[in-house]
Design a protein around this ligand. Structure first.
Ligand SMILES: C[S@@+](CC[C@H](N)C(=O)[O-])C[C@H]1O[C@@H](n2cnc3c(N)ncnc32)[C@H](O)[C@@H]1O
Length: 244
């Protein structure tokens, strides 16, 4: 059973937390620019939150892939209720063998930190590279490996806490997340720490150019709101982009 099968509904509810819209969604779509007409793969699509937004933003075709059968069930249920033409596949991204040029754009929101080893990260990245047309981009979010938590660090007012080792983390150390949803419900999961230089090397070795961490940005309407200062000073998650 995949880690997210037991928390799929709670994870979907966490998309109501204010940071999801004001920072996560805003930063992603700023990074993506115009997606109209693009063929998109949404790797680790979860319940299809971004899959659907990408299709609504005008992508020609969007396929979501996730290893959690429950996440895919929720995504397909939403597609059945409100059809947009998104399609979904339940698979481990590492097992995919995409046809070259399947996608103009690969979105990977919180996939890469499920690699607990450099080899697994490289495998994820090679799959993304193989899927892309030359010049196509890989854009996503990740745990902020530049600022691993020492022990427990709270972003409680935004709905999350993270726990890492008390000393500097080693490759593959788990980073535990605990979310508190707007309705007070809590859920937990873990991903894995790899060093920033491991990401740099793996992107290069997989054949990407211009890999960089993009940081996070706040939607313009919130920029005078001091509520966001702590998040922006120490972002728990971070966007990145690279080009094939
Ligand atoms: C934090 S959730 C993000 C879901 C979605 N991208 C979003 O932003 O709403 C991480 C997702 O990654 C999926 N996942 C983890 N490892 C995976 C793998 N090896 N292949 C495919 N999906 C994976 C999980 O099942 C989960 O749905």
């Amino acid at each position: 059973m995949a880690q997210y099968d037991a928390i799929a509904e709670a994870y979907q509810d966490s998309k109501q937390l204010p940071f999801r819209k004001a920072i996560e969604r805003y930063t992603l779509f700023e990074a993506l620019g115009d997606v109209r007409g693009l063929k998109v793969l949404d790797m680790a699509c979860g319940a299809g939150f971004y899959t659907r937004l990408l299709k609504r933003a005008g992508a020609a075709a969007v396929t979501g892939i996730d290893v959690s059968a429950e996440m895919i069930r929720l995504a397909e249920r939403e597609e059945a209720r409100n059809p947009l033409g998104c399609s979904y596949v339940c698979r481990d991204v590492a097992d995919l063998e995409p046809e070259p040029g399947t996608a103009d754009l690969v979105v990977a929101m919180y996939l890469l930190h499920y690699a607990g080893t450099r080899d697994k990260l490289l495998r994820f990245l090679r799959v993304c590279r193989d899927a892309l047309e030359p010049g196509g981009r890989l854009v996503g979010f990740n745990d902020n490996v530049m600022r691993p938590p020492r022990g427990t660090v709270s972003w409680r007012k935004y709905g999350l806490e993270k726990t890492g080792p008390l000393s500097a983390p080693n490759e593959g150390d788990p980073i535990h997340y605990r979310f508190t949803n707007p309705d007070g419900g809590q859920f937990e999961f873990h991903n894995f720490f790899l060093k920033p230089e491991t990401y740099d090397d793996a992107f290069r070795e997989a054949g990407f150019r211009g890999f960089r961490w993009l940081g996070v940005s706040l939607e313009p309407g919130e920029r005078n709101n001091p509520f966001w200062d702590d998040f922006l000073d120490n972002p728990p998650v971070i966007a990145y982009a690279a080009t094939k």
